[in-house]
Design a protein around this ligand. Structure first.
Ligand SMILES: Nc1ncnc2c1ncn2[C@@H]1O[C@H](COP(=O)(O)OP(=O)(O)OP(=O)(O)O)[C@@H](O)[C@H]1O
Length: 926
């Protein structure tokens, strides 16, 4: 509701910002929805078309079928493997492209042929291929290609066959029902059933959620998959676009707005002829006038789509899109980021077909015929019915598009007026024609003006009332605060009143406060050495006392030229950080940014860090940390991380879970610190999406370190190392032992059943030894080499809670009684949906189900949830038994935990190089 309120308010503000006349026109246009029915054509990130765009680390390249009708291909771009490796003499029916490669459907054999380079799809005719198989359409995702086989007759006429090649996809898929077309997204594919016009998808939906979000009852004319979303044009009169997936919704808009890196526009309501999908955006050709409109994510540096031109064919790369303009000798124009805006080659505006154009299409002919063969032609979809204010001058025929003209007697848009106005210098008001014009238009204009005045009055009145209402509310809350606290003296954060200590709980749910450098300097006694309580790689931490008596920890960045950061980004990120709110996260209270100084102000943790307890010089501290305390700390830290992954909005990957970032407060409760620091890391490359792995040696997830594949499971790995550290009392890396790496030392011992060899010799083994065994098994699962095989944090938390209950001698470990029940953010809002297809294929069903490794959108974190009992939470965890160590560890022995070295070696072969841009986009924005 709050979000809706914000949107309505934003809309009103924006509405008032634009001038009244425009506002009225807009309102009228909104009121008059154009009813239309269209046939059209689509092409996506990888769908087949006469043009295709390859993208990726090797550079981008545009390929198209030549405009002379020869069906030969021509390419342009910075990926030389594509431009030089292009098979110049093979005629193709259509093209598609993925990350680093382009594929064409060979005209002669109807088989795909690829060129460029890909670690996953074989270049040439992809292998293995069923001999003699012929394809109707091909479509490429990031690292795979799929082909829809030509339909068979007989009893198989209602069965469709799709063959795929590439990363995680090499399979022959069989579907019940006739598929009209397919379109590949980044790591998934979708198809449109011919009969019931529903879309189904299959593949990996981890990052996109396109499978679980498929609209069940919507019928589509056609559709296109993008990187992490799908957009389709709905059947019916208004040909509206409907999109689903991760990059297209309102949460994205909010999260991207907070990250300050770009914008997310929502899908338009205009009738569309065609849509294409880029990595995180989509573009469509409007049904009338063939203008382009784009939505979804766009970087702030993106060039907007061209206006005032007619586009006939479109294809999308990752962050840009190109279209063919017939008016400029069939040369492509491009917009977005990372590609030239005009390309020096002429390409066909559509695929040549040998059959006559179907109803709703007309034969394209713009001077010279685009197809060489006299019997083939490019068929273009007819524009939809004429928009409001226009009447149909000529119908769509087999050779020409529908023609519409403005109806000058019912103008209400600027376009219409300018079209209907008499030409300049003939403004003769006494003229017959003009006299007629004005006699027709005058009543309309008068009505428009009266309506405008009325509308402006209503909107202004509403705005004034709204502002007054808000102001009154603010005053009330200020008064409330005053009266509630300290007999009405001072603001809730009394910077200037040294006597009043602010309520920390209240601070938690508010944004971070800005401090002056002088204030913090005073609080820490001039950052004197005695105030220093810790030191990190990039900062020193000082204990300080604010003017009001609040004890705080002030983290002061060590000054370096690299630390210069865009001030706006700094604020945006602080804003994000200050929205995290959980009992087991260290709260950010404020910040200071003055000159080169960067200071963060946190709650002070009286008992320092877990690292100090486990590995500090004071041995007594380690002994004081008995098994119950250690496991309690583990449970609480797990809850904090679980919140970051599952409930913070946008979710946060911590990236630096380690014992020195687990702080212990006055009541001996654990708090995860340094969260979101990834968001505060130096931004330098100009591209918001490029960054190198960061973290601490010994805790760093090998998958992330080696392949830059960053997901929430990277934190799970680090947490596994932390668990081993808690159990053994050893440092993550300690070269005084023969086996210096804790994972390589502990995992084989645990797997061989020798848990006692791992336990900290400083403590006696507890009577409930099984509980520690359970935790050791959880730790082993967390440090598995492949992220997909690690449990998610919610499952880890549940398993640890049970172990803690057992350790505390609870008679029923299914109902753990916890020392400190989490108060905030522990309600599970969304049940995770399993990876599934709405129309399962035969071969899909035997595919192994991986662990969840994804982000999910949750209610915003600043909305606090009622506490939910652990047993309740457990119900939503699907397969915790696996985490609990009661089964299948043996099954996973070969998966890495035991043989870390082997796992690392085979990792790059087994796991695709997650596009760093993709993972970092997710990391930054979701
Ligand atoms: N809020 C706090 N209250 C009390 N002590 C703190 C607080 N924050 C940090 N410290 C202490 O300061 C130390 C350094 O913290 P900091 O976050 O700067 O570095 P780190 O996480 O240990 O290392 P790195 O920056 O290399 O990751 C911590 O280990 C802890 O002992």
């Amino acid at each position: 509701m709050e979000i809706l309120g914000c949107l309505v308010r934003d809309f009103l503000i924006w509405f008032l910002k634009i001038n009244t006349w425009k506002a009225i026109l807009l309102l009228q246009i909104m009121i008059s929805v154009v009813l239309s029915d269209v046939w059209w054509l689509v092409s996506g990130l990888g769908s087949m078309s006469s043009i295709a765009i390859s993208y990726g680390e090797m550079g981008s390249a545009f390929c198209g079928l030549k405009s002379d009708g020869s069906h030969l291909v021509t390419c342009y771009g910075s990926n030389s493997a594509i431009t030089y490796g292009m098979p110049a003499h093979f005629p193709f029916t259509g093209l598609t492209a993925g990350d680093g490669f382009v594929c064409g459907l060979l005209m002669d054999s109807n088989q795909p042929y690829c060129w460029g380079s890909s670690g996953y799809v074989q270049m040439g005719v992809p292998q293995p291929i069923i001999e003699g198989s012929e394809y109707l359409e091909i479509s490429a995702g990031d690292y795979h290609l799929c082909g829809l086989r030509k339909p068979l007759g007989g009893r198989l006429r209602n069965t469709s066959f799709v063959d795929c090649w590439g990363y995680n996809m090499t399979k022959n898929y069989v579907f019940e029902g006739q598929i009209q077309s397919i379109s590949a997204g980044s790591e998934f594919n979708c198809g449109l059933f011919l009969q019931n016009r529903t879309v189904f998808c299959w593949g990996d939906e981890t990052s996109s959620r396109v499978i679980s979000l498929i609209p069940q009852n919507m019928r589509f004319q056609n559709f296109a998959a993008g990187g992490y979303h799908v957009c389709g044009i709905l059947e019916g009169v208004n040909s509206r676009v409907f999109c689903w997936g991760r990059s297209m919704n309102i949460e994205e808009k909010i999260s991207v707005a907070y990250s300050g890196q770009g914008n997310v526009d929502l899908a338009p309501s205009d009738p569309m002829l065609m849509v294409v999908g880029g990595k995180f955006h989509a573009c469509g050709i409007k049904s009338y006038g063939r203008g382009v409109i784009c939505w979804g994510f766009h970087l702030q540096t993106s060039t907007p789509p061209p206006s005032g031109i007619k586009v006939y064919e479109m294809a999308a790369g990752d962050y840009f899109t190109c279209g063919i303009q017939v008016e400029t000798s069939l040369q492509p124009v491009c917009w977005g980021s990372g590609f030239p805006s005009a390309l020096p080659l002429a390409v066909s505006p559509g695929l040549c077909k040998s059959s006559p154009c179907a109803p709703g299409f007309y034969e394209f002919n713009h001077g010279n015929a685009p197809c060489k063969s006299p019997n083939s032609r490019v068929c273009m979809p007819c524009s939809t019915a004429c928009p409001a204010e226009m009447y149909q001058k000529a119908e769509c025929t087999s050779t020409s598009d529908r023609e519409c003209e403005f109806n000058c007697s019912s103008c209400f848009s600027a376009d219409c007026f300018s079209n209907c106005s008499p030409p300049p210098y003939s403004n003769d008001f006494t003229g017959k024609k003009n006299g007629k014009f004005w006699s027709l238009q005058l009543p309309v204009i008068v009505a428009e003006i009266s309506f405008a005045v009325f509308l402006v009055s209503v909107v202004s009145l509403t705005a004034i009332l709204y502002v007054r209402y808000k102001l009154r509310n603010c005053q009330c809350s200020a008064i409330d605060l005053k009266s509630n606290k300290n007999g009405g003296c001072g603001s809730p954060f009394p910077k200037d009143n040294g006597k009043i200590r602010p309520d920390l709980e209240e601070l938690k749910i508010r944004r971070a406060q800005m401090f002056t450098y002088a204030e913090l300097e005073r609080a820490t006694g001039g950052f004197k050495e005695e105030s220093q309580v810790g030191k990190g790689s990039f900062s020193c931490v000082f204990k300080g006392v604010l003017k009001d008596g609040t004890v705080v920890a002030v983290k002061r960045a060590i000054m370096s030229s690299d630390m210069k950061k865009n001030s706006k980004e700094f604020h945006t990120e602080l804003d994000l950080l200050s929205r995290l709110n959980h009992a087991h996260l260290l709260n950010l209270l404020g910040y200071c940014e003055e000159g080169g100084e960067r200071l963060l102000v946190y709650e002070f943790m009286a008992h320092g860090s877990l690292h100090q307890h486990l590995h500090g010089k004071n041995k007594a501290l380690k002994e004081q940390l008995d098994w119950v305390r250690r496991v309690t700390i583990a449970v609480q830290a797990a809850r904090g991380i679980e919140y970051l992954h599952g409930y913070a909005c946008p979710p946060v990957i911590h990236r630096d879970i380690k014992s020195s970032n687990i702080l212990i407060d006055e009541e001996h409760n654990a708090r995860v610190a340094d969260f979101g620091l990834s968001l505060l890391g130096p931004a330098d490359s100009g591209s918001p999406l490029a960054e190198l792995p960061a973290g601490t040696l010994g805790y760093l997830d090998p998958e992330y370190y080696r392949l830059h594949y960053l997901t929430t499971k990277s934190d799970v790995y680090s947490f596994g190392v932390l668990l081993l550290e808690i159990l053994s009392g050893r440092k993550a890396i300690d070269m005084q032992f023969e086996e210096g790496n804790i994972v390589e030392w502990a995992v084989p011992l645990i797997k061989s059943g020798d848990i006692s060899a791992v336990l900290d010799p400083v403590l006696k083994p507890p009577s409930e030894f099984e509980a520690l065994k359970r935790i050791a098994n959880v730790a082993c699962k967390c440090v598995r080499m492949r992220g997909k095989e690690r449990p998610s944090m919610d499952k880890v938390t549940t398993a640890l809670e049970r172990a803690l209950a057992q350790l505390m001698g609870s008679p029923c470990s299914e109902q753990p009684i916890l020392p400190t029940e989490v108060v905030l953010g522990s309600s599970r809002m969304h049940k995770k949906s399993s990876q599934r297809s709405s129309n399962r294929s035969v071969s899909e069903t035997d595919a192994a189900e991986g662990e969840d490794q994804r982000f999910e959108f949750r209610a915003p974190s600043w909305i606090t949830f009622p506490s939910v009992a652990s047993s309740q939470r457990r119900k939503s965890s699907a397969s915790e038994a696996d985490v609990d160590g009661k089964n299948s560890e043996a099954r996973n022995v070969g998966n890495g935990g035991g043989g870390a070295g082997d796992g690392l070696r085979s990792l790059e072969e087994e796991i695709g190089p997650a596009s760093p841009q993709r993972s970092l986009f997710l990391q930054h924005n979701f």
